[in-house]
Ligand binder design. Structure first.
Ligand code: ADP
Ligand code: GN1
Ligand code: MG
Length: 367
């Protein structure tokens, strides 16, 4: 979590078109990348909340291009939702800065943005019910469907090669070769696991090159806690965390749902016995995703749903391992060995997916 004292949130929020008086700001959520604050304003006697975020510009090198992506994507989706009730809950709504931009750049070079706070809904770090899995997968499928006809130029790649697994392997191997923090000795089993799985990284990219899997506009960070579920109905309300919305493969999105919504264990659980690939959750994911995406997915995409889960779980595990070896410079960490713990849960899940991959494939065929 980020200290609210480090930044003057009253001053930052004063740069956005928010009516009323600033009341308070506090760090919010459990994201690994940006600094997120819930900010409360008093408007005509009522307290109204906003989400204000400082974009991590060490990771996102061009926050202005990133905000242009988000502006285009959210406007397009709002256009589609405008006839359907409360659109401001169903897609993120940007509040513009005083000079009409979707962001505010402060004197220190920090790029800030503000969203309407989606109330009466929350994110879950750990999956609890198959209904949640269904809802999350349906929401990300619908998100992809809404963007099939986004007009204008190709979206900017906010992090180039984000899901290029072979490149992730390359950078892992370079980090391992230098072992600048002398940590490789404490991760021998994980390093061996990674090196044994390098061949997994190429299949989808090859299918894409062969024209069997198309490039689409995808979310690319579809972990369970990037979708808000309604407190009362449990239905998915709104897909959030749009920093990585850019050209990608549909299976990356489905894959990250498998990674984060089949196991009842936390991403950083130390007891690996708790990590499970629960088939009933997987089934709910396939049903939810297909309910929204079946009309546009190709046969080859549908045939590789389980593979997408294995690939993305491996890739994120590899990224945690690489960050552990390089001294924890990318993901926020809250304890010693945090990234290594995260890596271990991911690799355990990869093994469990491998054991059940055929059954997972058979299940997807039937839906
Ligand atoms: P990060 O990139 O660091 O993961 P997110 O954009 O996912 O940051 O935001 C972090 C958390 O803040 C989310 O998991 C969610 O709980 C909350 N959040 C983000 N945007 C909103 C919003 N518009 N309304 C309510 N909660 C939000
Ligand atoms: C980060 O931003 P957040 O916390 O939703 C990361 C994802 C990883 C995820 C692992 C931009 O997601 O790629 O899968 O952590 N986001 C970025 O939990 O690197
Ligand atoms: Mg997030």
């Amino acid at each position: 979590m980020t200290s609210a004292k480090k930044y003057n949130l009253k001053e930052v929020s004063g740069n956005f078109n928010i009516a009323g008086d600033f009341i308070s700001a506090s760090p919010y959520g459990s994201g690994h990348i940006n600094d997120t604050f819930a900010v409360t304003f008093s408007q005509g006697g009522a307290n109204v909340r906003y989400i204000i975020q400082r974009i991590n510009h060490n990771i996102f090198k061009n926050p202005v291009a990133l905000m242009d992506n988000i502006d285009r994507v959210t406007s397009h989706i709002h256009g589609k939702l405008s006839s359907s009730g409360d659109a401001s809950r169903k897609a993120l709504s940007l509040i513009r800065s005083g000079n009409g931009l979707p962001h505010h750049m402060d004197r220190e070079g920090n790029c800030w943005r503000t969203y309407i706070f989606v109330e009466n809904a929350k994110t879950y770090d750990i999956i609890e019910t198959p209904e949640q899995a269904f809802q999350a997968a349906k929401a990300f499928g619908e998100f992809q469907r809404h963007l099939v006809d986004l007009p204008g130029k190709r979206l900017s790649e906010t992090i180039p090669d984000f899901h290029n697994t072979p490149k992730r392997f390359e950078s892992f191997k370079n980090t391992l070769a230098s072992d600048s923090c002398n940590r490789a000795k404490s991760a021998k089993a994980e390093i061996a696991f990674a090196l044994n799985h390098e061949n997994v990284g190429t299949l989808l990219l090859n299918l894409n090159r062969e024209g069997k899997i198309p490039e689409r506009i995808t979310h690319n960070d579809t972990k369970l806690n990037n979708v808000l579920l309604d407190d009362k109905t449990g239905e998915a309300v709104c897909v959030i965390d749009l920093d990585t919305v850019m050209p990608g493969l549909a299976l990356y999105d489905f894959g990250d749902l498998v990674r984060t919504s089949t196991s009842p264990a936390a991403e950083d659980e130390k007891d690996l016995g708790k990590v499970k690939m629960q088939m009933h959750m997987y089934k709910a994911l396939v049903q939810g995703y297909m309910s929204a995406a079946k009309d546009f997915l190709t046969k080859t995409e549908v045939e590789h749903l389980a593979f997408g889960g294995k690939l993305i779980t491996l890739e994120i595990g590899l990224r945690f391992l690489t960050d552990y070896l390089s001294g924890d410079t990318y993901f926020k960490v809250h304890r010693e060995g945090h990234n290594l713990d995260r890596c271990r849960t991911q690799f355990k899940l990869v093994s469990l997916i491998e054991e059940q991959e055929e059954e997972m494939n058979r299940l997807a065929e039937k839906i």
